[in-house]
Design a protein around this ligand. Structure first.
Ligand code: E4P
Length: 221
């Protein structure tokens, strides 16, 4: 495993937000899930096709099938919508069967709802393109989400797995900082957190002071 740069995905199905952050060159990909699609108030196919026109990188799309056959059937349909669609597959044994079958068809996969290092190991061995550990949901139940990222990065490096570690369920900027320090490949960031990444109170104070001094210098003060 060779980490070259940490990619930013946007964790949303809100097209306006995707356009905003894409205009700054920050959006290497997008992740969606049924909750985010519901929040968009739009039909899944329509919104995914629009996102895939804006973002050329991977766009993760999730269904609700349980059996490998159901997941593969949905996955084949999603992959027909655009060439950059990645199929999200739940971390179950049936899901692992689906990963194998989808990979054999050349369809990229993102194993989702991962909460332990052994789940991530199985996903990599099944041939997943991405693995999505949900750090915020682990923190919510008094576990250490970012410690899990460290373990998965370590395991993947040990065995040179090609699967990329995609930090999901990001809740605040420190998740992003630790993801980068740990060497995760991708961090999928909700727009509300993205907005916080650029800001610092000392930056705001500095801008205000420079503006004040500039105005004063024009008056010769
Ligand atoms: C992304 O792939 C995940 O579905 C998402 O990050 C989950 O985030 P949440 O735990 O805030 O719902």
């Amino acid at each position: 495993m060779q980490v070259i740069l940490m990619k930013f995905f946007l964790d949303t199905a809100d097209v306006a937000q995707i356009k905003l952050y894409a205009s700054m060159g920050f959006v290497d990909g997008v992740t969606t899930n049924p909750t985010l699609i519901r929040k968009s108030g739009r039909k899944q196919r329509e919104v995914v096709e629009e996102i895939c026109k804006i973002v050329k990188g991977p766009v993760s799309v999730e269904g609700i099938g349980n059996s490998a056959e159901e997941i593969v059937k949905d996955g084949i349909e999603y992959a027909s919508w655009a060439k950059n669609v990645v199929v999200k597959v739940p971390m179950t044994l049936e899901g692992m069967r689906a990963v194998k079958m989808l990979s054999a068809k050349g369809i990229k996969t993102n194993v989702t709802l991962v909460f332990s290092p052994v789940q991530a190991l199985l996903a990599a061995k099944a041939g997943a393109t991405y693995v999505s550990p949900f750090v915020g949901r682990l923190d919510d139940v008094s576990e250490d989400g970012m410690a899990l990222i460290g373990q998965i990065v370590h395991i993947y490096k040990n065995y040179n797995f090609a699967t990329e570690v995609l930090v999901a369920s990001v809740r605040h900027p420190m998740h992003v900082v630790i993801a980068a320090l740990t060497g995760a490949h991708v961090c999928t960031v909700p727009p509300e957190v993205f907005g916080k990444l650029a800001s610092h109170p000392l930056t705001d104070i500095g801008i205000e002071k420079f503006a004040e001094d500039w105005a004063a210098s024009l008056k010769g003060k």
